[in-house]
Write a protein that binds this ligand. Structure first.
Ligand code: PLP
Length: 434
């Protein structure tokens, strides 16, 4: 190339959750049966979309308006409906102008960090959903700045670490929290949320609160939206339909902006996000038109409750099966549909293996794990995949140096789910002894 055309930070945009699928596909071609427990798409894992939901979409497909552009901020009726959901709680009042639709939160995440001044940093949890950390780091052209989620304390944030990092790094302008969390399944209690808001207030920061899993909590847990606690601190809440309906293929999500009127710099930044969307005209129209119809349908709470109960059962099967396995740090999930399992420090090395029956598969995996920079947990994940067909994601691909793996709780067949976790338990034991 005449010039180096790769932007600073270009290497930060990795997405292991999907990268591992390429490897699983190769293994499938070689005849291996796989269980894809790597990606958070309930539909791909066999979720049956109820007939009444499909009917709403079918009816909208007959409406000419579904085929047009919509206003840049989003369909007004959808924004009014969402606004009412937040305002009804009585803690904060927003208007439809404070809501902005995107083609899924993936799009929102790119725009929110991409509209920041490069020197301004948003501190992100570690581990974190890597779309956030990668986009933030790519905008800064620097590695992510992180605060620790503690595997020895239910994956709750280490608030002393957060406070210290904020205090000593003046480049930090915002704090990301994901609640309920991907990849850990932790649900934040009110006290933790209050403390994060207090830190933001003390240091004049804004908050990004990813609440895409807000209505997916179980094991008796619930959590508050940040709008209930934010007071006068500027914030952006991120919400969407990918997980809750679930309709990830609809590519629809939105941000709610809180307290833009309280800080002129924050207001200008939000205007930059809107401008970034303006040049694209608007987000997908039809899913927005479906939102109020879906959410006010009498069957909506019934369906959501059935799913939550299913995730609760899966969470407990997973927890009970793995918690006694020596070498693992296991926390029960209380929200979303992922579990992050950490290895005790110092147990993994570059020699451990699992038996791989198929010679071709073994060669492929041996080549992959001998590539420079293959982390110890990636090695484990590849061996697990090749030996058992179970596809998980290395924890180190979630912006953390903590070795482990992330697995979804989406398998609908509970006997198969139990078998998967028993197989993992046995494989971890065999791997650590090998
Ligand atoms: C925490 C979190 N935020 C955002 C997203 C992206 O959602 P969307 O499908 O709206 O792009 C995901 C997807 O897994 C997620 O886990």
């Amino acid at each position: 190339m005449r010039h180096n055309i790769v932007p600073v930070g270009g290497g930060e945009m990795t997405y292991e959750i999907r990268a591992i699928v390429d490897i699983a596909d190769k293994l499938k071609k070689l005849g291996l049966k796989t269980n894809m427990e790597n990606i958070g798409d309930p539909v791909a894992k066999g979720e049956q979309i109820p007939a009444w939901m499909k009917q709403i979409v079918a009816d909208l497909a007959m409406d000419n308006a579904s085929y047009g552009y919509c206003p840049t901020r989003g369909v007004l009726e959808a924004r009014e409906f969402i606004c009412e959901l937040t305002n009804r709680r009585g803690k904060l009042q927003i208007t439809p102008e404070d809501i902005l639709f995107f083609n899924g939160l993936g799009d929102a995440i790119q725009k929110v960090y991409g509209s920041l001044r490069h020197e301004s940093r948003v501190i992100v949890p570690s581990p974190t959903y890597s779309t956030h950390s990668s986009a933030e780091a790519a905008n800064a052209g620097q590695p992510a700045v992180t605060y620790r989620l503690d595997p020895d304390n239910h994956w709750l944030p280490d608030l002393a670490d957060l406070r210290n990092k904020v205090r000593y790094n003046p480049a930090i302008a915002g704090i990301l929290l994901i609640n309920p969390d991907n990849p850990t399944g932790v649900v934040y209690p009110e006290s933790v949320l209050r403390e994060i808001v207090a830190i933001a207030r003390e240091y004049d920061l804004f908050i990004v609160s990813d609440e895409i899993y807000h209505n997916i909590t179980y094991n008796g847990e619930t959590t508050l939206p940040i709008s209930d606690l934010i007071g006068d601190v500027p914030a952006i809440a991120m919400k969407g339909i990918s997980k809750e309906f679930p309709w990830p293929g609809g590519r629809s999500g939105w941000i709610e902006v809180y307290n833009a009127d309280k800080d002129p710099v924050f207001a200008k930044y939000v205007a930059c996000i809107l401008n970034a969307k303006l040049v694209e005209v608007c987000a997908t129209t039809l899913p927005q038109m479906a939102i109020s119809k879906m959410m006010t349908h009498p069957q909506y709470p019934v369906y959501l409750e059935e799913r939550k109960q299913r995730y609760e059962r899966a969470s407990n099967i997973a927890y009970k099966t793995l918690k006694g396995v020596p070498g693992l740090k296991v926390n029960r999930t209380n929200g979303a549909f992922y579990m992050a399992v950490a290895f005790e420090d110092g147990l993994l090395n570059g020699q451990q293996t699992l038996p791989i029956a198929n010679a071709e598969v073994r060669v492929l995996v041996e080549n992959l794990v001998s590539a420079p920079g293959c982390s110890f947990d990636k090695r484990f994940v590849y061996y697990l995949l090749a030996s058992t067909g179970i596809c998980t994601v290395p924890l180190t691909s979630f912006c953390t140096s903590q070795n482990g793996f992330r697995i979804t709780l989406l398998e609908r067949d509970e006997l198969e789910l139990a078998r998967i976790f028993q197989t993992i338990a046995a494989s971890v034991t065999a791997y650590l002894k090998s």
